[in-house]
Design a protein around this ligand. Structure first.
Ligand code: ZN
Length: 155
């Protein structure tokens, strides 16, 4: 169990450092700015949708600052959701929120669906940090909602 926790720590540290998806997306459909006042984390996330078969997340980019957990969670979320359909992204978001409210007791078969983002399961034991991990997911949901509210241009 200890080794697994160390592995999870490593995943979180790596993502906090490499920050996948970090950077401003110039071409986007929706945007959301979120802050976590209890920790000081903030993020501005932009999403570009594509409508080939089903609507999906074609690209997402974020500019943020804050604690390692918030930054790692954004990076992990980017890898987990980019390219997926909106229905899949919604399901993944629900699963992630469920994990973060599990207080660390989350079944493996569900954790597998979250891929590397399941490394954040340990954070669920610290209620004060849960909002750090959820910040990016709130921003993603907000940005998608804004994108869907835009009139689609048939040009
Ligand atoms: Zn934080």
């Amino acid at each position: 169990m200890m080794e697994l926790e160390q592995l999870y720590q490593q995943v979180i540290m790596d993502h906090a450092r490499t920050r996948h998806g970090a950077g401003e997306l110039a071409d986007f459909d929706g945007e959301s700015f979120q802050v976590n006042p209890t920790c000081g984390d903030e993020v501005r996330l932009r999403v570009k949708l594509a409508y080939d078969h089903e609507p999906r997340v074609a690209a997402l980019g974020w500019v943020g600052q804050g604690c390692s957990i918030s930054q790692a969670s954004l990076s992990l979320m980017h890898d987990l959701t980019a390219g997926h359909t909106l229905a899949e992204v919604e399901d993944l978001g629900e699963l992630f929120r469920e994990m973060m409210h599990s207080r660390g007791d989350f079944p493996d078969e569900k954790a597998d669906a979250l891929e590397d983002a399941s490394a954040l399961v340990g954070v669920a034991k610290y209620p004060a940090r849960v909002k750090c991990a959820l910040l990016g997911w709130m921003a993603l949901r907000g940005a998608i909602a804004q994108a869907l509210a835009q009139p689609t241009e048939e040009s």
